[in-house]
Design a protein around this ligand. Structure first.
Ligand SMILES: *[C@@H]1O[C@H](CO)[C@@H](O)[C@H](O)[C@H]1NC(C)=O
Ligand SMILES: *[C@@H]1O[C@H](CO)[C@@H](O)[C@H](O)[C@H]1NC(C)=O
Ligand SMILES: *[C@@H]1O[C@H](CO)[C@@H](O)[C@H](O)[C@H]1NC(C)=O
Ligand SMILES: *[C@@H]1O[C@H](CO)[C@@H](O)[C@H](O)[C@H]1NC(C)=O
Ligand SMILES: *[C@@H]1O[C@H](CO)[C@@H](O)[C@H](O)[C@H]1NC(C)=O
Ligand SMILES: *[C@@H]1O[C@H](CO)[C@@H](O)[C@H](O)[C@H]1NC(C)=O
Ligand SMILES: *[C@@H]1O[C@H](CO)[C@@H](O)[C@H](O)[C@H]1NC(C)=O
Ligand SMILES: *[C@@H]1O[C@H](CO)[C@@H](O)[C@H](O)[C@H]1NC(C)=O
Ligand SMILES: *[C@@H]1O[C@H](CO)[C@@H](O)[C@H](O)[C@H]1NC(C)=O
Ligand SMILES: [Cu+2]
Length: 594
């Protein structure tokens, strides 16, 4: 197996050679540059501290009358028409470079409004967000994506450079305006190269119905992310709400850990978000079971578990009952598990030093400076699965049945190979590269139907329902496959060739990110069986929608296609003055662009 692992490391290293030459990835020194006596912190922001506010069930709403706009919502939402509230929630973002020290180790980061993680944005379902973004980075473009939203009728607000807009130039600004068209838990992040892995992200919470869940208090976002002191591929730490100690040794600087409070007997909603670069998270709370009520923006028939798996870009809303007693404290954990490069059972590339993120939960009366002493109650075997929970467990609360005879059905093969100088990912033999100055949506609006091969455009024409069978021939870890503009159905997952069987055919799992496991290989690194997932959606949301791996390094290396949905409807769509069109002087593109 050693040859396999060494080759794996080399392949990933080469793939990454193209993707980290940017300020966010240049640490202060060649080795860790720990400073004693911290003078640099995460800047503004209260997440992870005892001052973090509980969230309200709904934001104050000055417009009492809510009506539903018929025909507004695409059918794959499954929750009826979106309410029209007449309310807009305004935010201002300024993007800057800044040194941060989430775990006590100082490095250069990129942040929103001077804080890491960025500010939490909130709306009620049906409100508009209006967010002005100023790019104060010295020499990089930027662009902000609102992860998981449908963007029905506003595909040009999806924030993906080269696809629906040009990058916001350094010194420039752009105002995003879009409806909070789904409800639940998500995040916003830069979609420009791997920029968000340097810190340009924050939680996005949309308040809506809670028919499937009863709880007393909303703890709010619990952001989970792998963290790097040095260039990838190996992560060096793991953070909860942007905090974690580096080590327990006193000579090493530590930033302290995130803290939460529980009151015995109450029930809490926690909004788990994997906002990391590469690492799959296994979340648990010692001595407490969790009830999962939503995956991504899709409410579920609640089910209990003692560990929640989150690939990059995935979210899970959970309810936890505070079964502990006054004065007690417990560990909250999020585990990246074994290092995949040195252990075939691992799911994540970490250096093995600190894959386990910890945060403290203090019951009433507990000393909030004490260190919990609880042990994990999760079996090791549950930590080492590189799959999401089985599809027969994750049943949407609002039932929707996909067509058994979709108008369009296509396979896409995912491979990892050298182009002569770099290892890249290929979708049906084509690796993706964005053209920042020529967004696909704007060309589609002008009637263009044929695109450069490297833009990986797949047109669905006027098909009403579309199915993709994704076959993965790469064994570089599970790919969290994210689609913009839709909650797709996940009809099936497995190894080999899909036999047409659908799990829960009347109401299959829906979400916007699903883990596609690695291919199976033998000891000689020959693929013995590809893995697959089968995705389907109703094509009633004209636009250009990315379908890509959410691992930052993988989309950087081309694991990406653009779904051009209903091009005829795009031609007659009203698209305001192109977003942040620079025309020329686009900053250097160091990777696929996304
Ligand atoms: C955003 O900034 C503008 C000034 O540039 C200010 O007028 C406005 O009130 C700010 N909005 C918010 C929500 O802070
Ligand atoms: C955005 O850019 C426009 C055009 O350059 C400028 O007039 C405006 O002041 C800028 N707004 C902000 C908030 O920087
Ligand atoms: C984290 O580091 C801080 C500062 O060194 C220390 O006070 C605290 O006890 C550490 N916490 C844990 C859980 O190790
Ligand atoms: C945690 O595990 C250690 C080692 O097995 C054991 O000594 C300790 O009592 C356990 N703590 C609790 C609170 O169960
Ligand atoms: C889900 O499927 C697995 C095997 O395919 C089976 O063992 C399990 O009982 C099923 N669970 C439910 C809830 O149907
Ligand atoms: C990918 O290639 C296969 C085999 O040539 C083909 O059947 C399929 O249509 C292609 N997929 C797309 C989306 O073009
Ligand atoms: C291989 O891909 C890299 C990264 O996209 C590119 O810079 C290089 O020119 C490509 N090499 C060849 C031989 O096409
Ligand atoms: C990709 O290219 C290889 C080598 O030319 C070929 O064998 C294979 O069929 C192609 N795959 C697809 C999906 O087009
Ligand atoms: C859909 O597209 C096909 C092929 O382009 C065309 O033959 C058909 O007439 C179109 N159907 C509708 C309803 O527009
Ligand atoms: Cu991937």
């Amino acid at each position: 197996m050693a040859a396999h692992l060494l080759l794996g490391a080399l392949m990933l290293g080469s793939a990454l050679a193209i993707s980290y030459h940017k300020p966010a990835w240049i640490p202060l020194g060649d080795s860790l540059s720990p400073r004693l006596g911290q003078d640099v912190t995460n800047g503004n922001g209260v997440l992870g501290t005892l001052d973090a506010p509980r969230l309200a069930k709904f934001l104050p709403d000055t417009h009492a009358s809510r009506h539903r706009r018929k025909g507004y919502s695409p059918t794959d939402i499954g929750i009826g028409d979106v309410p029209v509230t007449g309310v807009t929630r305004y935010y201002n973002f300024t993007i800057t470079e800044q040194n941060i020290a989430p775990d006590g180790v100082v490095r250069s980061g990129m942040v929103v409004n001077g804080g890491y993680p960025g500010p939490t944005i909130e709306a009620n379902w049906g409100d508009y967000f209006e967010i002005s973004v100023v790019n104060a980075l010295p020499n990089e473009g930027t662009s902000i994506h609102w992860h998981g939203l449908i963007q029905h009728e506003t595909p040009y607000m999806d924030g993906v450079p080269g696809i629906v807009q040009c990058p916001i130039a350094p010194g420039g600004n752009f105002t995003y305006r879009f409806r909070a068209d789904l409800y639940g838990t998500s995040f916003y992040h830069s979609h420009y190269s791997a920029q968000y892995t340097g810190g340009i992200y924050g939680a996005m919470i949309i308040h809506g119905p809670t028919e499937n869940a009863q709880y007393d208090e909303d703890i709010g976002p619990v952001l989970l992310n792998d963290w790097y002191h040095l260039p990838p591929p190996q992560s060096n730490n793991n953070l909860i709400n942007g905090k974690m100690n580096v080590s327990r040794q006193r000579c090493t600087p530590n930033a302290g850990i995130s803290k939460f409070t529980f009151q015995s007997g109450k029930t809490y909603r926690l909004r788990l978000i994997n906002a990391g670069a590469e690492g799959m998270q296994k979340f648990s709370i010692d001595g407490h079971t969790m009830t999962v009520i939503a995956n991504d923006f899709v409410p579920l028939k609640p089910y209990q578990t003692d560990v929640v798996t989150l690939g990059i870009g995935q979210r899970s809303d959970i309810i936890v009952t505070a079964t502990g007693k006054a004065g007690q404290s417990y560990w909250m954990r999020s585990d990246l598990g074994l290092n995949a490069l040195s252990n075939p059972a691992g799911c994540t590339n970490n250096d093995g030093v600190s894959p386990l993120a910890l945060a403290a939960i203090y019951y009433e009366g507990a000393d909030t400076n004490s260190v919990p002493t609880t042990n994990s109650t999760v079996p090791e075997s549950s930590i080492q699965s590189c799959m999401n929970d089985p599809l027969n467990m994750t049943v949407p609360y609002y039932s929707l049945t996909p067509s058994t005879t979709p108008a369009m059905s296509q396979n896409i093969d995912i491979t990892f190979a050298s182009n002569g100088t770099n290892y890249l990912f290929y979708m049906n033999n084509s690796t993706f590269r964005a053209d920042y100055n020529d967004p696909i949506l704007l060309e589609a609006k002008l009637g263009q139907t044929v695109f450069p091969a490297e833009e990986n455009v797949i047109s669905t024409g006027n098909a009403s329902s579309v199915r993709f069978v994704l076959y993965n021939y790469a064994f570089t870890g599970a790919h969290p496959m994210h689609m913009h503009g839709h909650n797709y159905w996940v009809l099936a997952e497995g190894y080999g060739t899909w036999d047409g069987t659908v799990t829960n055919a009347g109401n299959p799992q829906r979400r916007d990110v699903q883990l596609l496991p690695p291919a199976q290989v033998n000891a000689d690194l020959v693929v013995t069986s590809p893995s697959y997932i089968v995705l389907q959606f109703n094509a009633d949301n004209p636009g250009v929608w990315p379908l890509h791996c959410h691992i930052a390094w993988h989309v950087s290396a081309g694991l990406y296609v653009s779904i051009l949905e209903n091009p005829t409807a795009i031609k007659s769509m009203h698209i305001p003055k192109p977003a942040a069109w620079t025309g020329k002087d686009v900053p250097d593109q160091i990777d696929s662009g996304l």
